[in-house]
Design a protein around this ligand. Structure first.
Ligand code: ATP
Ligand code: MG
Length: 549
């Protein structure tokens, strides 16, 4: 199989390494989230890539929390991240690591570089350091502290570690190249002082390594062979390699790919946190969010998410994926598995005045895509509900559903004709009186009538009442990342709650293991806050693209 499949460039690198018996053909990747927010779709892409490659090449994947910035990190995020990865269908077995587990080792690496004359303590302020760094087109200037003796550097660095200095007073920098056109090589900072309690190491440390000094070394400590990250780290790669070479540690290799961008979707934890903090959404798992937890709550399956991650492929250049690509994969997946049911979201009562029976049972399929799910019988009587929008008192052109004097077919039941409209005092429609065509029963119709539309309905005395929540895109523009002020681009109509939806009585026992299709209305999933007394369904997605209608 693998012969005919087109390999992406990362697979090519890995296969070449295997051919050359690099690291004895061993493949070891890692997924390195910073626990400063919930995982989003972009992370899902990275998870599927890292765990997927390991599965494909018989390797392993570590979960490593990149927890070097105590100010923004929290155990709540650690727990949520683990839950999300498991839900997606991947497992790191016993390889759950934390960059903070390596603080002692990293400290010793720093001393090793000081001893080699490759790192120095700088007393300059952050502003001074930034000024001395200069601009890419001309060399920066050397810090007056750059030529401190090794002994002095060792002593000062120990002092930093022991809490002798205040935050911002001193940093440890790598002695590299202040004239490099790559700004990351202009004596990058390795350690800064932070008197912040860490969620794992408490107050043991008051110096913390920067991303650049922690990430590559953590890869190396874990024997990671292929360290896959997103393109913004391309310019960090020479530094990644410089630390590994000068420390003479395991040569992990960094490989960059383009991050996943999706239309109408923000993929920055910082901005998602702002949405949560400023209550623009109802928490990290608000179904409009692009987080894995929100996607789960909405009712999307892990299979669909994995399929999407594979379908978008691996690119070397930034691109933006159309939202329809995501939606179509979700729909195709749900179409196969969802149990069909009729539900009227905005009910309009109908009395069928010539219907003679107390009740009849109509047979309907549970899922035409999956005959094994069988059929069920639903009740029909003279009292039913239809969708308010399926009736128009004065039908516009091309409206072929119910209107005065006209006929429509009720799915799996009879053809009815609207005889009379009964109104409230304020002129709004209270209910309809209809008649039914006696010999028009679905499956044995001999009426010869051909209504132009089929609509769904629910029998009024057996049905149950539930709440349904409908969602639309959170943003009104396709490129929300380009706007600093998210308030100005929120879609005001992204959420709608209907509390009087009428559902088939079997939905009383709806369960969160099942995806439902409410015929003509979309795919629905039980919300996490739903109770037996107060059923709440989230619409996962509409049946077909209704955006822009
Ligand atoms: P954010 O910008 O949302 O804070 P991040 O890259 O800072 O994202 P991390 O927790 O550091 O978040 O990321 C963990 C891993 O997920 C990294 O390897 C990162 O490259 C990858 N990742 C993050 N966002 C995306 C994305 N949009 N597409 C693909 N991979 C991503
Ligand atoms: Mg990050």
């Amino acid at each position: 199989m693998s012969e005919i499949k087109n390999r992406n460039f990362i697979e090519e690198i890995i296969e070449e390494d295997i051919r050359n018996n690099k690291h004895n053909g061993r493949i070891h990747t890692r997924f390195p989230p910073e626990p400063n927010g919930y995982l989003h779709l972009g992370h899902a892409k990275s998870i599927c890539l890292n765990f997927g490659l390991a599965q494909q090449y018989n390797g392993k994947t570590n979960l490593r929390f990149d927890d070097t910035n105590p100010a923004a990190e929290d155990v709540e995020y650690v727990d949520a991240i683990k839950e999300d990865i498991h839900w997606l269908g991947f497992d790191w077995e016993d390889r759950e690591y934390y960059a903070s587990d390596y603080f002692q080792q990293l400290y010793e690496y720093a001393i090793q570089l000081i001893r080699a004359g490759l790192a120095y303590v700088d007393d300059s302020s952050a502003e001074e350091i930034s000024k001395m760094r200069g601009i890419p087109t001309s060399p920066g200037s050397l810090s007056p502290f750059r030529n401190r003796s090794i002994e002095e550097n060792l002593e000062l660095f120990e002092g930093m570690k022991n809490g002798k200095d205040k935050e911002g007073e001193r940093v440890l920098r790598a002695k590299l190249d202040m004239s490099s056109p790559n700004m990351h090589l202009r004596d990058p900072i390795m350690y800064r002082i932070l008197f912040s309690s860490h969620h794992r190491t408490g107050t043991k440390w008051c110096i913390y390594p920067t991303y650049d000094f922690a990430h590559g070394q953590s890869d190396s400590i874990e024997g990671i062979t292929h360290s896959i990250c997103t393109l913004e780290f391309e310019n960090h790669r020479p530094l990644y390699n410089w630390f590994i070479e000068n420390l003479e540690i395991f040569p992990s290799r960094q490989i960059e790919f383009a991050r996943l961008n999706l239309e109408y979707t923000l993929m920055s934890k910082r901005k998602l946190l702002q949405l949560v903090n400023e209550k623009m959404v109802d928490g990290w798992d608000d179904p409009r969010m692009p987080t894995i937890s929100a996607i789960r709550r909405r009712g999307i399956t892990p299979e669909a998410l994995r399929e999407f991650a594979t379908a978008v492929g691996i690119a070397r250049r930034e691109n933006v994926i159309e939202l329809s690509k995501f939606d179509n994969i979700v729909r195709a997946n749900l179409n196969k598995i969802a149990i069909r049911t009729m539900a009227v979201l905005d009910p309009l009562r109908i009395t069928i005045n010539n219907y003679p029976h107390e009740i009849e049972w109509m047979e309907v399929e549970n899922n035409p895509e999956d005959p094994e799910t069988g059929k069920r019988n639903i009740p029909f009587s003279k009292e039913i509900f239809i969708e308010r929008e399926d009736f128009m008192e004065e039908p516009v052109k091309d409206f072929f559903r119910l209107s005065p004097g006209n006929i429509v077919r009720l799915k799996a039941a009879y053809i009815i004709r609207c005889e009379q409209v009964i109104k409230h005092e304020d002129g709004s429609i209270h209910q309809l009186i209809c008649s039914y065509i006696t010999n028009s029963r679905s499956g044995s119709d001999t009426s010869g009538l051909k209504p132009k539309s089929v609509i769904h309905w629910v029998e009024a005395n057996h049905c149950i009442t539930a709440t349904v929540r409908l969602y639309d895109k959170l943003f009104s523009v396709p490129d929300p990342a380009n706007y600093e002020n998210v308030h100005s681009i929120l879609n005001k109509d992204s959420f709608q709650e209907l509390t009087n939806a009428k559902l088939e009585s079997k939905m009383k026992s709806a369960d969160p293991g099942t995806r439902y299709q409410f015929m003509r209305k979309g795919y629905f999933y039980l919300d996490k806050n739903s109770t037996h007394e107060n059923l709440i369904f989230n619409r996962t997605i509409t049946l077909k693209d209704s955006f822009g209608k």
